[in-house]
Design a protein around this ligand. Sequence first.
Ligand SMILES: Nc1ncnc2c1ncn2[C@@H]1O[C@H](COP(=O)(O)OP(=O)(O)O)[C@@H](O)[C@H]1O
Ligand SMILES: [Mg+2]
Length: 325
Amino acid sequence: MESAHLIELEDVEKVFQVRRRAGLLRREKREVRAVDGISFTVPRGEMVGYIGPNGAGKSTTIKMLTGILVPSGGRLRVAGIDPSRDRTRLTRRIGVVFGQRTTLWWDLPLRDSYALVRRMYRIADRRYRENLDRCVELLDLGALLDVPVRQLSLGQRMRGDIAAALLHDPEVLYLDEPTIGLDVISKAKVRQFLADINTERGTTVLLTTHDLSDIEQLCRRVMVIDHGRVMYDGGLDGLHAVGGSERVLVVDLERELPPISLPALPDVRVTRAEGPRQWLAFPATGSAAPVVAAVAADYPLVDLSVREPAIEEVIAKMYAEGAAL
Ligand SMILES: Nc1ncnc2c1ncn2[C@@H]1O[C@H](COP(=O)(O)OP(=O)(O)O)[C@@H](O)[C@H]1O
Ligand SMILES: [Mg+2]
């Protein structure tokens, strides 16, 4: 029986044996633990962000989920299928897009690439038409269908690649850095498209990206990976909480004064002062209202603004601390 979860990983590991030349004749064998005991599940229909620094193990995870790589340990299922044992059967149910390379035929126009995809997957006529029309419309591919892939810009090609991955109606779509190097317009189109297929088709999406604004716009759940381990798995808000991020109240006083001191609010501290302007940091989980009230009560307040923590800073701090949270 198929589980409620479309994707299931239990203590999954991937160890690469690498040989390195260590002198003229000597070769050293070394192990790289690219994925070091990862467990998570993704229910059908969810859109999950899978993020982490370079070399964290994101692509290796995706390659195991597609069956390209065989895990060194642990248990892995996608739609009830063990990917590396039954890759052919799995292929019909998943779509994959690797931002760094194309699955399209370099010398062929997009249209012909799609016709080949259709034959490979034996997609029924009507379904193929519908899916292609839809992708062409939403990804704005109409004018590009007769252009050879090699003449497309990176953004155009990526949109073409995403369409190719969806023509056979996969239940799961893995995207590995789909927005890398894309111009703003292509990025926006890709994001909107992913949001649409997720809501309308219920396609489950696992999205790896460097661009945290992709995640902020698309994913309610985010997993942060580092050194082959899951450091965080939850909502974006929760990430601020565990990351210990701070919001900043910027206040303009009537004149230059010594650093503001609010004994009733021990969590608030002045991080910067320039003439009449002072910066007060407080935990991002708290409200600005009591801070504003306390300042206004004791200081000649002229103006104020609140700065939200950047998700980039939270993540950077998490990586720097390096410890599992
Ligand atoms: N085929 C391979 N052989 C040896 N080491 C590899 C191989 N693929 C990936 N690695 C190593 O595994 C680690 C994780 O790589 P990867 O999954 O590509 O990270 P990410 O996608 O998060 O940047 C890195 O240290 C990388 O050098
Ligand atoms: Mg990668």
